[in-house]
Design a protein around this ligand. Structure first.
Ligand code: OGA
Ligand code: MN
Length: 288
């Protein structure tokens, strides 16, 4: 008998998984229960987990192929590094500065709604974020159910995006910072992979809205002003919607989201308080 329990939140997405120590190898039946919960609930929370980075990687690898952090995905896409030469790296999200150098990315500011690394051809299927140090308040992370975002789109908007795709420019990080190597300011002229606005989940078969992020986004084939207008109307609809669950972090939490059918954002927090997370990614799949 296993104590593993799936406890859905009273929210449009998310469930806590209880009764399992994820620092140890899982039984095949636990893997299947957790995988199913991931497909059903989009975001999973595991509390009070004490694990090393090696155990974090090992947990993740039981569900698929590991993927690289964003900056390495970009370097690989640009041909600057070869996958064969590149050891897997943990992605550090932190505002901590040591010896004058940030130990991670994103600082203490807000991170805007986004899916991770959609600026590569095959974005990660999932991100698994584990908290090492957290502020008492601020820095909450919010998740949005993008199946519901699509299902609740007004007919007129649903029609307007039918068969359309958008370009996912890598110029902006989720905190809105520009990556200096991307110099083109016009989203209709910049380079980036094209993904359909409506995508089908390979495991659940359900359709969801797939936006990446607002900054630098462009709907292929439209004049720029029409693309901006349509994107604004879609974003107004979803950010006013009620398909969100919020995670208030405790040390030892691991939150695992489906990057294909959920978006996330993060609140800002006091810059004088340390917040550090380590993240792994599961590789994605195409076509969809
Ligand atoms: C991420 C991210 C949110 C957070 O890890 O992809 O957007 O809460 N971070 O720091
Ligand atoms: Mn992110």
């Amino acid at each position: 008998m296993s104590d593993l329990e799936v406890c859905p939140f009273d929210a449009p997405l998310g469930a806590e998984i209880r009764g399992v120590d994820i620092s140890k190898p899982l039984t095949p039946s636990a893997v299947e229960t957790i995988r199913t919960a991931w497909h059903d609930h989009l975001v999973l929370l595991f509390r009070d987990q004490d694990m090393s980075d090696a155990q974090h990687f090992a947990f993740t690898a039981q569900f698929g192929t590991l993927d690289y952090p964003p900056e390495l995905l970009l370097a690989i896409a640009a041909g600057e590094v070869r996958v064969e030469d590149e050891p897997m790296a943990i992605n550090v999200i932190s505002n901590v500065i040591e010896n004058g150098k940030p130990i991670g990315v994103l600082g203490n500011g807000e991170a805007f709604w986004h899916s991770d690394s959609t600026f590569v051809e095959i974005p990660p299927a999932a991100s698994l974020l584990r908290s090492l140090e957290v502020p008492d308040s601020g820095g909450d992370t919010y998740f949005m159910n993008m199946y519901q975002a699509l299902e609740t789109l007004p007919d007129e908007l649903r029609q307007a995006i039918k068969g359309k795709s958008s370009k996912h420019d890598a110029a902006y990080s989720s905190s809105g910072k520009r990556r200096p190597q991307f110099t083109e300011l016009d989203p209709s002229k910049s380079t980036g992979p094209i993904h359909p606005l409506e995508r089908t989940h390979p495991d659940t078969g359900r359709k969801s809205l797939y936006l990446g992020r607002r900054l630098g986004s462009y709907i292929v084939g439209l004049p720029l002003d029409e693309s901006e207008d349509l994107l604004d109307r879609i974003w107004d609809h979803i950010t006013e919607g009620d398909f969100i669950w919020a995670q208030q972090w405790r040390v030892g939490d691991l939150v695992w989201w489906d990057n294909r059918c959920a978006m996330h954002r993060r609140d800002a927090f006091d810059p004088n308080v340390r917040r550090t997370m380590h993240r792994t990614q599961l590789a994605g799949d195409r076509p969809y």
